[in-house]
Design a protein around this ligand. Structure first.
Ligand code: PRX
Length: 676
């Protein structure tokens, strides 16, 4: 037992010595910048940082990497990249461990600092976990994985609700060099199985049940169903979230029981900067969800630096991001960014309306949250309940309010600012993606702190170089222009590939505008040079901030034997932002269309997730198609959003009479659904 302890601390001491020497270097580097303290201040101000990052991004990030992270061996090359091949590699030669950066160094200096506040489903039952305790939990979990044959390079799926054990599971994987793939615990067995099979996971870590908004979620049952189709799975680790009995299968391991038996010391596996840290599946416009790959050092640094600067993090801050760990926001701003920065991060298990619509603000008061980060969809829902639910709670601890995942409308932004923030907090609309790893455009940091335009993301983060392109691929210069949003040079947090399919990575992100990373979004640049995201340019929906390809929904529905053809488009929704609108063609003589539409909804829920179920299903005789047989979804969008007088170019449409036909069906549908 003593030997690993000694080794671990020896390793830490050695790392600390290195850190100190790097600090010295950084100090002299800083000093060499300036001959006076005012120019040093300028260098370290947001303007100075932005300027330095723009001048030499490699040097900028390389210096920050040395300053902010704890290394086993420093890197020799800041960055190598070639967007034509879809490659970007950061901090080459560097060796480190992400869990050591997120835990050990804080546990050593401030063992009793609270790392996690688990805001459980029932208000007032929160649990606090210190850095020392989280390190202990992580090491035990890592040792349990190792004892069960999981080793460096293996993939493990995590299908858990937000909880300390879920965070420990992610960090345990990082500690022993295992690649985790967290699957949102609302996904169906079929979706989970698809992800497990694509990444050939060796194990799943789950809970017997989840609890959300007072309702039980049967996680273990879903896992049992999923793994029947997953030959790579050797172990299922089951944590006990509720008192319900676990029905054990031969490959099941009771997680807490096993963790109690193993050592609380686990020497970290030292990883190369560019080794895989995790993959996270996300939807694109075509095909199955893709496993977006993030690597160790670059991702960690970018999550930590954006977290610190966008949210103006101070020591002892309590950071409240209410995202689920199943999404990238949970990875970067619930787990990796906050823990790397050594602050206290809140794990929110519940919903914004449980037990009532004051839940967020009651939590803010009780936990004294300083920064609050959520999705616009929740704000749109809550503002409908009125201001009283907000005002009855003390929100004086709040300094920054963040929004993420979808465009924030003016009403929601203003309510966030005026009512939640009492007009004294900075509201940051943050734009980014699973692929970017961290925030790329946000109003902060800025020297012009006071200059914030409501409901727009505004300023590129340090080292982010956005460009707008016209339809022909020409760069649009100046202000008051709209185009496809691309990024011209790499940043450390960017995704490295799609798991097992680098060609698809190139096709999806680097082919449309050669030499540039294409985000899939369009944006408007104001005269002052600020960016406003205007929406997706591809067939990707954003339902309550959750990304979903229309093709995935179509593929699921196409499996119904009575449905030869479907087309799904986006339809605006007051609270969810967008919902899926499905057009379906039935086989001739189908007796009960209403039964089929009900079955279609069930198929989508069971093949993908409940949130993917189309809000509208309209039966039509045929779909609008080009002469070569391609479905013209653009026309369907026009029909349902009232743009029938301006259908655009329909010269390629096979039979124009289809428009009147669908319009008719749509009018009938509306008449039958008065709330439409
Ligand atoms: O369309 C953009 C939208 O969400 C997409 C990324 O989704 P995902 O990978 O699931 O990550 C969500 C959390 C980072 C983007 O391509 N999006 C994200 N943030 C914003 C946004 N659209 C407008 N404004 C935002 N602030």
């Amino acid at each position: 037992m003593a030997a690993p302890t000694t080794r671990l601390f020896f390793c830490l001491r050695r790392q600390e010595r290195r850190l100190i020497s790097w600090r010295r270097l950084w100090g002299s580097f800083r000093a060499s910048f300036s001959s006076s303290s005012s120019s040093l201040r300028r260098e370290l101000s947001p303007g100075g940082m932005r300027e330095r990052a723009g001048r030499d991004p490699g040097l900028f990030w390389g210096s920050l990497a040395r300053e902010e992270l704890l290394w086993e061996a420093p890197h020799h090359t800041d960055c190598q990249w070639d967007f034509a091949r879809g490659t970007a590699r950061w901090f080459l030669g560097g060796r480190l461990n992400v869990a050591v950066n997120c835990l050990d160094r804080h546990a050593q200096h401030s063992p009793d600092r609270v790392a996690l506040i688990w805001e459980k489903d029932e208000p007032g039952t929160e649990e606090k976990v210190t850095y020392r305790e989280l390190l202990d939990m992580t090491c035990r979990l890592a040792n349990t994985l190792k004892k069960n044959g999981i080793k460096k390079g293996d993939r493990v799926a995590i299908y858990m609700p937000v909880s300390p054990l879920a965070v420990a599971a992610m960090l345990a994987c990082a500690r022993i060099g295992v690649v985790h793939t967290v699957v949102f615990a609302g996904f169906s067995a079929e979706s989970l199985a698809g992800r497990i099979n694509d990444s050939e996971c060796k194990a799943v870590i789950t809970c017997n049940q989840g609890l959300r908004g007072g309702r039980i979620i049967e996680l273990k049952k879903t896992v049992d169903e999923a793994v029947k189709k997953c030959p790579s799975i050797k172990r299922v680790f089951v944590a006990q979230r509720t008192t319900s009995k676990i029905h054990m299968r031969s490959h099941d391991v009771l997680l807490e029981e096993e963790m109690a038996k193993v050592s609380s010391i686990c020497p970290p596996e030292i990883m190369d900067s560019e080794d895989m840290l995790f993959m996270l599946y996300t939807s694109g416009s075509t095909g199955k969800p893709k496993g977006i790959v993030h690597t160790q050092a670059g991702y960690l640094l970018y999550a930590a630096i954006t977290h610190k600067h966008v949210f103006d993090l101070k020591q002892d801050d309590i950071f409240g991001c209410v995202a689920d760990i199943g999404w990238i926001t949970g990875h970067s701003y619930v787990v990796y960014g906050p823990l790397c920065n050594g602050c206290t991060t809140v794990l929110f298990e519940s919903t914004p309306v449980y037990p009532d619509p004051g839940r967020y603000w009651e939590t803010v008061e009780r936990l004294k949250i300083n920064q609050f980060y959520c999705a616009p969809t929740a704000l749109r829902l809550l503002l409908k309940y009125g201001d009283e639910y907000v005002k009855k709670y003390d929100r004086s601890s709040l300094t920054i309010l963040g929004s993420v995942g979808e465009p924030i409308n003016h009403e929601a932004w203003q309510w966030f600012y005026d009512v939640v923030g009492d007009g004294r907090c900075t509201v940051v609309d943050t734009w980014w993606q699973t692929e970017t790893g961290g925030i790329c455009i946000a109003p902060r940091p800025s020297e012009k702190e006071a200059e914030i335009i409501p409901a727009i993301a505004m300023r590129p983060f340090y080292g982010i170089n956005p460009v707008l392109m016209d339809e022909k691929g020409n760069i649009l210069e100046g202000g008051d222009v709209s185009g496809a949003l691309c990024i011209a040079q790499p940043w450390p947090g960017m995704a490295r590939t799609i798991y097992g399919d680098h060609q698809r990575f190139i096709e999806a992100y680097f082919k449309t505008y050669p030499g540039y990373y294409f985000t899939g979004d369009s944006a408007y640049r104001t005269k002052e040079g600020y960016y406003q995201i205007t929406g997706r340019m591809d067939d990707v929906l954003n339902i309550s901030g959750h990304r979903l390809g229309t093709a995935e929904i179509e593929d699921a529905m196409d499996e119904h034997p009575a449905v030869p053809e479907t087309a799904v488009i986006s339809y605006p929704h007051d609270i969810k932002g967008e919902v899926a609108f499905a057009f379906i063609v039935l086989k001739e003589h189908t007796a009960h269309p209403e039964v089929v539409t009900k079955e279609l909804r069930e198929i989508v829920a069971s093949k993908i997730a409940k949130y993917a179920v189309p809000d509208h299903v309209l039966v039509v005789k045929r779909l609008p198609k080009t002469r070569s047989g391609k479905i013209m979804r653009r026309l369907l969008r026009r029909i349902v959003t009232g743009g029938v007088n301006d259908m655009g170019d329909i010269t390629t449409l096979d039979d124009p009479s289809v428009i009147a036909e669908i319009l008719d069906a749509f009018e009938n549908y509306k008449a039958k659904h008065p709330t439409f």
